[in-house]
Design a protein around this ligand. Structure first.
Ligand SMILES: Nc1ncnc2c1ncn2[C@@H]1O[C@H](COP(=O)(O)OP(=O)(O)OP(=O)(O)O)[C@@H](O)[C@H]1O
Ligand SMILES: [Mg+2]
Length: 613
């Protein structure tokens, strides 16, 4: 049983990412710890079940009816035996038969109605949860997405919610139908023979005891099973998305072995979970056998000595046997509930991680002047502790272009991240037109900047929708105008469906340069006064490069532009160049001045200059 030792390790991944700041880390770690069952269930019921109390009332009524009918059947056995069979009375034979038929027909319809309602409710609750999860996640901090593997998030949406649905449906049916059925049947048992009832009833608490014990281990297995399911989704996602790289590196076997290993883990946990939950069956069967043997011996004895009737005993045994199935279900319910609770626990863990980058209570809309961006003594480390900026100060004057250059990892992209508040500074201040970015509303802040990054984000939608992403009310003319400015109109028009062409996931149906021009068109259309540009490092072919370059120049016109520059032409055209090294600005000036300093900049670009492009 070495899985047992692995479980804590696995549930470690289940915790919120370490990359969150310490305050939220503590908060959410608490939320992810085993929340006691009762508060957890209450919170879930209050949030997601209670709104549907009316339909639940209907379902409960149906369940009560069904339980009463079942108990009625058992009770019915007594007159059937005593007054019809044993009395050899043919007068009551037909009415009795038809009566039993009627009970079954009504019970069938009641059960049908109940099943329809419960399953509707189950899926309804899950849709509400999925909506809540997405609404919450899409507003989560960027750091959350960097720290949480996509697969884990996907698995929350799919397998976690499936578990919650089962738990909801089974839980309510269990508490309604099965519980009432048992109560009514036990009532019938006591009515028929209280001594026999007292002797045989021990089965129920005993079975419950065994099942209850398996519940908590099942919950643990379920938690790590879901984590591994998430891992599987993650790996699949990566392998499929990186299919080209997998092939070019001949890594198919490597990927296969990674996937195999995860599938194997899931399989093992599944088997284990099933074994635990099924382990109650032999126990329950033995107990029931014991009880029935007792009933036959003691009940038979009482009939023989004339203290009871066959009808009573048959009715008693029928009630006992009919109670067996709902009892087993109720007992197993604990297992289903434990699985569901693990998922619910994770759901609230996720919903309780509050976004930290939100509007300040007194945030006002950004009052825009010329759009001057200033960094003053900015210090910043990523939530995982990687220090990225150590006291960066610079000014990007209104309408001017400043270029950030420096070796890889120097902190250039980080600077761009701080302007739209993807992250907040640890010390120092970032201002736009004199206003601290943390004091204005996020919406007004981000509305006024366009971001064109190294990884071009293209959505699996039409080209039109991709360009209009930042301004969904744009007219066709505006979209075409933006595409023309971005030198994208010609290639778009040449596509079979033009602007209505769907570009595939991540824009796989477009070339690298085309993707970049679409994203430039998007920024063009957004027409924001501040432009944040993270130039792609990957070289395009000369024609493509030239088109992109010209499009970018048109985009920069009249905007305050902060560009992480890799192309020499961009750098030379900038009004001021800042050279970064290890999170510090080490040089600044224009191209000629910097070359003359013969320092870091000259080292970076001196070589390039010798062979002009
Ligand atoms: N999401 C992140 N989480 C943790 N650390 C990060 C993250 N992004 C960047 N870093 C770290 O911050 C430092 C600065 O990274 P940054 O992305 O700003 O570099 P860069 O100058 O843009 O480099 P490049 O030219 O390669 O794009 C690096 O040491 C990097 O490892
Ligand atoms: Mg970068």
């Amino acid at each position: 049983m070495n899985e047992a030792q692995k479980t804590p390790v696995a549930s470690q991944q289940d915790r919120p990412p370490a990359a969150l700041s310490s305050a939220s880390q503590q908060k959410s770690a608490m939320a992810e710890e085993h929340t006691p069952t009762v508060p957890l269930m209450l919170r879930f019921a209050r949030t997601y079940i209670l709104p549907y109390w009316r339909i639940i009332l209907v379902a409960m009524t149906l369940m009560l009816m069904s339980a009463a009918l079942t108990a009625g059947l058992a009770k019915f056995m007594q007159p059937i035996f005593d007054r019809v069979f044993n009395a050899r009375s043919s007068r009551l034979l037909w009415p009795t038969g038809l009566g039993v038929l009627a009970v079954f027909v009504v019970r069938g319809f009641v059960t049908y109605g109940n099943a329809v309602i419960m399953n509707w409710l189950g899926q309804r609750v899950i849709s509400d949860i999925q909506r809540d999860m997405f609404a919450h996640l899409i507003r989560a901090d960027i750091s959350y997405f960097h720290a949480y593997p996509t697969g884990q998030l996907l698995s929350r949406f799919l397998s976690d919610t499936a578990q919650m649905r089962t738990a909801t449906v089974e839980g309510m049916t269990g508490m309604g139908k099965n519980f009432f059925t048992i109560i009514f049947l036990v009532a019938v048992m006591f009515y028929q023979d209280w001594r026999l009832s007292l002797i045989s009833i021990f089965v129920f608490p005993a079975a419950f005891y065994f099942v209850h014990r398996t519940g908590s281990s099942l919950r643990k297995v379920s938690r790590s099973m879901q984590v591994h399911n998430g891992d599987l989704t993650s790996i699949l996602n990566q392998s499929f998305q990186g299919a080209r790289h997998v092939k070019s590196y001949c890594a198919e076997d490597y990927e296969r072995s990674r996937v195999d290993a995860t599938i194997e883990k899931v399989l093992r946990l599944f088997t284990r979970a099933f074994r635990i939950s099924a382990s109650t069956t032999p126990m329950a069967e033995t107990l029931v056998g014991l009880a029935i043997a007792t009933i036959i011996i003691y009940g038979g004895h009482r009939i023989i000595i004339g203290a009871s009737t066959t009808g009573r005993l048959v009715s008693f045994i029928t009630a006992f046997v009919l109670a067996f199935d709902p009892m087993k279900r109720l007992a197993n319910l604990n297992n289903t509930m434990q699985m569901g609770l693990a998922a619910i626990d994770r759901l609230f863990g996720l919903l309780d991680v509050k976004a930290e980058i939100v509007d300040a209570p007194d945030a006002k809309p950004l009052r825009l002047g010329g759009a001057t961006v200033v960094f003053r003594d900015v210090h910043f480390a990523y939530p995982d502790g990687s220090e990225a900026l150590h006291g960066v100060s610079f000014e990007a004057p209104a309408g001017k272009t400043i270029a950030l250059v420096g070796s890889s990892g120097a902190g250039k992209s980080t600077i761009l991240n701080l302007i739209p508040r993807f992250y907040d500074v640890d010390a120092g201040i970032v201002t736009v037109d004199g206003q601290d970015v943390r004091s204005v509303t996020l919406e007004s802040l981000r509305h006024n900047m366009a971001l064109v990054t190294q990884e071009v984000a293209i959505f699996d939608d039409t080209i039109r929708a991709n360009i209009a992403y930042g301004r969904r009310d744009a007219t066709e003319e505006e979209i075409v105008a933006a595409a023309k400015e971005a030198a994208a109109h010609d290639f778009i028009s040449a596509l079979p469906e033009g602007y209505a062409t769907r570009v595939g996931e991540q824009g796989v149906k477009l070339s690298g340069g085309q993707r970049q021009r679409i994203s430039i068109a998007r920024a063009m259309l957004k027409n924001a006064p501040i432009l944040l540009l993270d130039e792609a490092t990957s070289a395009l072919d000369t024609t493509s490069e030239k088109l992109v370059q010209e499009a970018l120049e048109r985009l920069q016109k009249g905007r305050t532009t902060i560009v992480v520059a890799h192309r020499l032409s961009t750098i030379i055209n900038a009004d001021v160049i800042y050279v970064l090294e290890h999170g510090r600005i080490v040089e600044q000036g224009n191209h000629a001045q910097l070359l003359a300093q013969n320092g870091a900049y000259a080292r970076l670009y001196g070589d390039l200059l010798k062979e002009p492009d």
